[in-house]
Write a protein that binds this ligand. Structure first.
Ligand code: URP
Ligand code: ZN
Ligand code: ZN
Length: 472
């Protein structure tokens, strides 16, 4: 008897890409999609997807794993637990950040990050850079060399003392991106306004977690978003504004596009599913779980972000997974101490819940098409970070990274998740869908009940040039 033609065949799939929805069998060999068609030949193993939607695996272009932190804070997820969680939530490519500390060389940050990732990842990964110290050598030599080695995107911060750049430094970094065809992701919040407000709140004894939101009102995001847009206009280079939280930043992005500027934008689950109420009331400390920056806004702003998403304002939908335990010694409530809000590590976990939240509340509730869902959670991140069409689509020659969706009720509890963080901000939300199976490089990594580990399965990806179309 002759060998089966394929390692794996997924039969009777309703395949959704960013462009189309069609019925097909998917033939996979050596981790690659090699045939799409009807009644294709047999595989060594077969999965019947009749009645179910199959999408490309998610590409999470904004997540933080095992990123070095100023002590005592420590991230709860590393490349093992973070990619485990990603896989079980339908994400098959992650792009966390090799973060340069001030005074450190960028190459040293990348080398250190490789050591953290090597042999640990269950799904494929690439590295963005975080540029916090754009010295003449970084600008003239290190950045161009690292772009050539496949780090074609970098994040810069307009806030956080240990990371922020001044406007001149932002211009310098944007200029390198323009010359070498890289994409800059901008964290847009005005640092001086935040410092000024924080000092006043502290002096008034207003230090509970909810005051984190008071120290970062929308205008600090609006001003920095506008400034980032102006700086990008000056250099004449596209940028991507990350974690857009509400109306005022949305208005700036609309304004920029109306003026013909090429500005891409990201939002995240926390701005659709959390609100300022989640930061707590009175002196309650539990709101520390939802302290992230920018902070979740009010319910009206949630609606603004949903509307902007449905209208097509956002390019990508990322988790901004920034995992810190609530309990323990190195997280949000260290050794049980209620620290004042400026000392609560910023960020929330969300790698595993990103895709099911948007599939359930976006696609199943009729707010967006399944094709838009694919574009936001997978295809556009692959394009933005130079991984398309290997990633982000279902096509012949693409990596066999797929999700078969189960449309069934699932209540989110931390117990069902696979990250190493001791809580989820989405506890108790019932969704109408969950990945019934995740396939990464042709291997089943999540079967709807169990995770199938293979540390080292995940490969490091060198990114190419961004291939996003101009923003509209
Ligand atoms: O609060 C957040 N978002 N923490 C993660 C770091 C960042 O700025 O994305
Ligand atoms: Zn950020
Ligand atoms: Zn982030």
């Amino acid at each position: 008897m002759s060998e089966p033609a394929f390692d794996l065949v997924i039969r009777n799939a309703r395949v959704a890409t960013a462009a189309d929805t069609f019925h097909a069998d998917i033939g996979i060999k050596a981790g690659i999609i090699v045939q799409l068609g009807l009644d294709i030949a047999a595989g060594k193993s077969e999965i019947d997807a009749a009645g179910r939607t199959v999408t490309p695996g998610g590409v999470d272009g904004h997540c933080h794993l095992d990123q070095p932190m100023p002590p005592p804070a420590k991230m709860a997820d590393n490349f093992d637990t973070g990619t485990r969680s990603a896989a079980c939530g339908g994400t098959t490519t992650v792009i966390p950040f090799a973060a340069q500390a001030k005074g450190q060389s960028l190459q040293a940050a990348v080398d250190d990050y490789h050591r953290r990732a090597d042999g640990r990842a269950h799904v494929d990964y690439a590295f963005h850079l975080i540029v916090s110290d754009p010295t003449p050598d970084v600008l003239a030599r290190e950045l161009p060399e690292l772009i050539a080695k496949g780090h074609t995107s970098f994040k810069i911060y307009m806030t956080y003392d240990d990371l922020k750049l001044d406007d001149g430094e932002v211009l310098d970094v944007l200029d390198v991106a323009r010359s070498h065809g890289a994409l800059v992701m901008v964290h847009a919040e005005n640092a001086d306004c935040i410092d000024w407000l924080t000092k006043r709140l502290q002096a008034a004894g207003k230090t509970a977690p909810r005051f984190h939101g008071h120290a970062r009102p929308m205008l600090v995001e609006r001003e920095a978003t506008h400034r980032a847009i102006a700086l990008a206009e000056l250099v004449d280079v596209p940028i991507l504004i990350v974690h857009v939280s509400g109306r005022e930043a949305v208005e700036q992005i609309r304004w920029a596009r109306a003026h013909g500027l090429n500005i891409f934008a990201e939002t995240c689950p926390q701005y659709l599913f959390l609100s300022a109420e989640n930061l707590g009331t009175g002196d309650s400390y539990l709101g520390a779980k939802c302290v992230c920056s920018p902070p979740p806004r009010d319910k009206g702003n949630q609606a603004v972000i949903w509307n902007a998403l449905t209208e097509g304002l956002f390019t990508v939908f990322s988790s901004d997974h920034a995992p810190f335990n609530y309990g323990g010694t190195d997280g949000k409530h260290p050794d049980g101490n209620e620290v004042t809000f400026p000392y609560i590590p910023n960020g929330i976990p969300g790698l595993e819940t990103r895709m099911p939240l948007l599939y359930s509340e976006g696609v199943l509730k009729g707010r967006i098409t399944v094709n838009k869902f694919v574009e936001l959670t997978s295809t556009n991140a692959a394009r933005a970070y130079g991984l398309h069409p290997r990633k982000g689509t279902v096509a012949i020659g693409a990596d066999a990274d797929l999700v078969i969706w189960d449309e069934r009720d699932v209540e989110i509890t931390n117990a069902i998740l696979h990250h190493n963080t001791d809580y989820t901000p989405y506890e108790g939300i019932t969704l109408g869908a969950w990945p019934g199976m995740t396939i990464a490089g042709g291997e089943v990594v999540w079967d709807g009940k169990q995770f199938h580990p293979r540390a080292g399965r995940g490969r490091f990806l060198q990114c190419g040039a961004p291939t996003l179309l101009p923003s509209k």
